[in-house]
Design a protein around this ligand. Structure first.
Ligand SMILES: NC(=O)C1=CN([C@@H]2O[C@H](COP(=O)(O)OP(=O)(O)OC[C@H]3O[C@@H](n4cnc5c(N)ncnc54)[C@H](OP(=O)(O)O)[C@@H]3O)[C@@H](O)[C@H]2O)C=CC1
Ligand SMILES: O=C(O)C(=O)CO
Length: 309
């Protein structure tokens, strides 16, 4: 099979697929238009997120049998069109669920124990103890939205900290030893911590808005490792300013990558998130550990090999 690799990944992908007699071409620089011009020559494409595989792209991919996304999120692919065209969709969320879950726990520990602020203060010669009194995870009710790979892995860790984990998911009957499925109303009413683990789709775009936060308790902690567009940034800022949210950990933002530098100076809401003491922000690295890089790659190879060798 002739396969095009559009993003840099762990080298084991190339090595193991060449060993299996796949014909590979790596192209990490061509533009969307340039890739569209040649995609008709390939039976497989391996991507992260550099090029959007939209309707127009997929209609030119006349010989494409599979799209392999090294990672979890598929929002960069027109999934409906791909399915209609009979293209097999493969991803590898099992490879970064542990890293996302650890990132969520890390963000909560940092926020709730004021580790980042207190450390900065001490380094500046400021010794404040009462103002930096921590808040324990033990006994907190954590509300997860989405209970797939990422949600379950997070529930497993947080239940180990003595949290009561509840979750809302559109699929029924998902309760297990780590988390209990509830209605979204119950989650909003009872959770002390809200963490998002849903995909970005037209239904989940801006799922979390002003009303969602208003329905929750005062002084919640909010973590987003899903996608920036799952949350209305403007409403998140309102909830932070009003004290509805006590602290937020954001691995994803509505504006990322190339747009980031310009937006930073222009967008007041983003400026607030980047300067507020109540917010910690990371550059979309929750699923991006040394170990996940290798696991994501190995899992994608194993799935391709299982289907086509
Ligand atoms: N920051 C990072 O580095 C990373 C971020 N992610 C993000 O996490 C997301 C989740 O990944 P993963 O756990 O593997 O996804 P899964 O598909 O395994 O789980 C998501 C769950 O949410 C459900 N769901 C969909 N829409 C809604 C809704 N409106 N309300 C409630 N539940 C809903 C899904 O149901 P159904 O199956 O029916 O759609 C599914 O059960 C990814 O799509 C990606 O955006 C993932 C990895 C790394
Ligand atoms: O796997 C995903 O969806 C990610 O966001 C990884 O960066």
């Amino acid at each position: 099979m002739k396969v095009l690799l559009l993003d840099k990944n762990h080298p084991l992908i190339t090595k193991q697929l060449l060993d299996r007699n796949f014909i590979l071409e790596e192209d990490f620089t061509s533009s969307y238009d340039e890739v569209c011009d040649k995609i008709g020559n390939y039976e497989g494409v391996i991507i992260r997120s550099r090029i959007p595989l939209d309707r127009s792209f997929l209609e030119k991919a006349t010989h494409l049998k599979f799209i392999a996304r090294v990672g979890a999120g598929m929002e960069n692919i027109d999934v409906e069109v791909a399915k209609k065209l009979g293209i097999q969709l493969i991803n590898s969320p099992e490879g970064n669920r542990d890293s996302v879950a650890e990132h969520v726990v890390g963000m909560l520990l940092i926020l709730m124990n004021r580790l980042f602020i207190a450390s900065q203060e001490v380094k500046q010669g400021i010794w404040k103890r009462e103002e930096n009194r921590g808040d324990e995870l033990l006994g907190k009710t954590v509300g997860l939205i989405g209970y797939g790979n990422m949600g379950k892995a997070t529930a497993k860790r947080l239940s180990g900290f003595g949290c009561r984990v509840i979750f809302y998911d559109i699929l029924p009957n998902l309760s297990d030893e780590y988390g209990m499925q509830v209605s979204v109303e119950e989650l909003k009413r009872t959770a002390d911590i809200l963490s998002l683990h849903i995909p970005l789709t037209s239904e989940t775009h801006y799922l979390i808005d002003d009303q969602f936060f208003k329905d929750m308790k005062n002084g919640i902690y909010f973590i987003n490792t899903a996608r920036g567009k799952n949350v209305k940034t403007k409403d998140l800022v309102i909830a932070l300013k009003s004290g509805k949210i006590k602290g937020a950990g954001l691995d994803v933002l509505e504006y990322e990558k190339s747009s980031f530098e310009n937006i930073e100076t222009e967008n007041e809401d983003l400026k607030y998130l980047l300067t507020s003491e109540k917010v910690i922000v990371t550059p979309h690295i929750a699923g991006w550990t040394i170990q996940s890089k290798e696991k994501l790659a190995q899992i994608i190879v194993d799935k391709i090999v299982a289907l086509y060798c």
